[in-house]
Ligand binder design. Structure first.
Ligand code: ADP
Length: 476
């Protein structure tokens, strides 16, 4: 039932009723798109239409950027004490806790991920990240450098400015929190564009941002197509920074568009992360983590350990146990059913894209040149191959364009750390896979990205260091 044209009352498949906003959020107001265009949101489990939301055009992006620019200069934000910025973020985290069941319901309905995962993992990540950066709000400061009795310099950390944030569909709210937390802690303003496949949860979250008390224009949310709203944001001359999470191909496009005004960039892109199992590994542990590393979140994780390299002495045993683990754990089903491990892929298009790798490929005897060894599939899809020596394992692990995560299973302490240093990746898991924590920097090398999110390192992406030289001598 339409309430005011920009929100509807919905009842999700689990029976939860709530008010779903459908507008664009610019300068603290819900508005319609200038172009009158909408985006249809679909339940991937049933392929039924859920609701259509406003889809931003270039002129909507112009308005949102202007609002973010004005908010950056307005005393309500610029003059706010740093501890008060932190208080707003803490308040937002508390509101997410209060609304976590509704937020998780929307996430599952729109994205297809199991409800238990959305509720217990994603929502914890959202609040954990917001609180972590809330605590940093009043701890972002510079240094004093003494040079001589007459001269010294000091540094201050200033906001980068108006930040365009373009996020993906695999963890809609978590990815928003990863980007909003540090941006707002550092005093920036934001125009955020969610992915067109998952526009809904962030719109509900917007109401919480407003309720927390963020001044109008500090956070603006524009759903829309990547090629239109996304491109307009990435190329906008008055945007200072773009933070992007998505595919490597789109990141290249974004870099090109951002080059026009030499924007500050943070890119978190694709991966083909290796998981190396040595003969001396605890095999059961390796199998469990290997399974989680590729099957959780329907395989739709940029850090998914999608290439498993197993030393030949345990190769057969590993493959048998891994298949057994899939049979026992990876139950496919209705995402609202508590017993479900695998919900649907996010869209039919994505499902078909994954199948195109399978038909007519045979998986035994995978070699490094094969597409399934090199390309990111972004689904519950894994290539397994044997290796003989540590040297060979490292060479295979490093043999792709990507460098996001990597996992090493061994009980040999020195080998664990030696391999951790030899693999080309931004993150290494020793005897686990896909551990992720807001306190730990996240990001890639090679074509897996530029810059870091999360941890203290994540703050660097959202502040500029200004050096101020002071001369106290009156004659040169
Ligand atoms: P995927 O292929 O997995 O959907 P994308 O990298 O295409 O991943 O999408 C990630 C985000 O980037 C989404 O919000 C999408 O709308 C946006 N996007 C896609 N194409 C562009 C583009 N040309 N310019 C800016 N943003 C884009």
């Amino acid at each position: 039932m339409a309430v005011d044209g920009l929100s509807v009352q919905l009842t999700a498949p689990n029976g939860r009723s709530y008010t779903q906003p459908t507008g664009l959020y610019i300068n603290g107001q819900w508005v319609k798109s200038d172009g009158g265009v909408t985006l249809a949101s679909t339940d991937p489990a049933t392929e039924k239409h859920i609701v259509s939301v406003q889809s931003g055009s270039k002129s909507d992006i112009d308005k949102a950027v202007a609002a973010a620019r004005a908010a950056l200069k307005a005393p309500a934000w610029k003059s706010l004490q740093s501890s008060d910025r932190g208080r707003l973020l803490y308040r937002l985290a508390d509101l997410v806790d209060e609304h976590r069941e509704t937020l998780a319901t929307i996430e599952t309905w729109d994205n297809g991920k199991p409800y238990t995962v959305a509720l217990n993992e994603d929502m914890a990540e959202v609040t954990g990240t917001l609180r972590y950066y809330a605590g940093f709000s009043d701890k972002v400061f510079g240094q004093v450098m003494e040079l001589s009795p007459d001269k010294f310099a000091y540094t201050v950390r200033e906001p980068v400015g108006v930040c365009g944030q373009i996020i993906p569909w695999n963890y809609p709210l978590s990815m928003a929190a990863w980007k909003l937390g540090p941006a707002l802690a550092c005093g920036n303003t934001v125009v955020l564009k969610p992915a067109e496949q998952t526009p809904l949860s962030i719109l509900y979250f917007v109401n919480l941002i407003a309720e927390a008390g963020f001044p109008p224009g500090v956070v603006n949310i524009i759903n829309g197509r990547g090629s239109e709203a996304g491109a307009a944001l990435a190329s906008h001359p008055d945007v200072d920074k773009i933070a992007f999470t998505g595919s490597t191909a789109t990141a290249r496009e974004i870099m090109r568009m951002a080059a026009g005004t030499l924007k500050n960039l943070t890119l978190e892109t694709g991966g083909k992360s290796p998981l190396i199992v040595f003969d001396d590994a605890e095999l059961d542990n390796a199998v469990e983590w290997a399974h989680l590393g590729i099957m959780s979140n329907q395989g739709q994780i940029c850090t998914a350990t999608s290439r498993i390299l197993v030393q030949e002495g345990v190769y057969r045993r590993f493959v048998d146990a891994f298949k057994q683990q899939i049979r026992e754990v990876s139950r496919v089903g209705d995402p609202f059913d508590e017993a479900t491990y695998q919900g649907p892929q996010v869209t039919r298009a994505q499902h078909e894209r994954i199948l195109q790798y399978i038909d007519p490929t045979v998986f035994t005897d995978v070699t490094p040149g094969m597409r399934i060894f090199q390309e990111e599939v972004f689904g519950p899809f894994v290539a397994i191959m044997p290796f003989r020596t540590e040297e060979e394992a490292v060479e295979l692990a490093n043999g792709t364009q990507y460098g996001l995560g990597s996992a090493v299973f061994t009980t040999n302490l020195t080998r664990a750390h030696r391999v951790a240093r030899a693999v080309e990746s931004g993150m290494v898991w020793i005897n686990s896979s896909n551990d992720c924590d807001w306190r730990i920097p996240f990001g890639g090398v090679k074509q897996s990205g530029i810059g870091r999110e999360l941890g203290e390192a994540g703050l660097e992406a959202y502040s500029n260091v200004k050096a101020i030289h002071v001369n106290m001598k009156s004659k040169l």
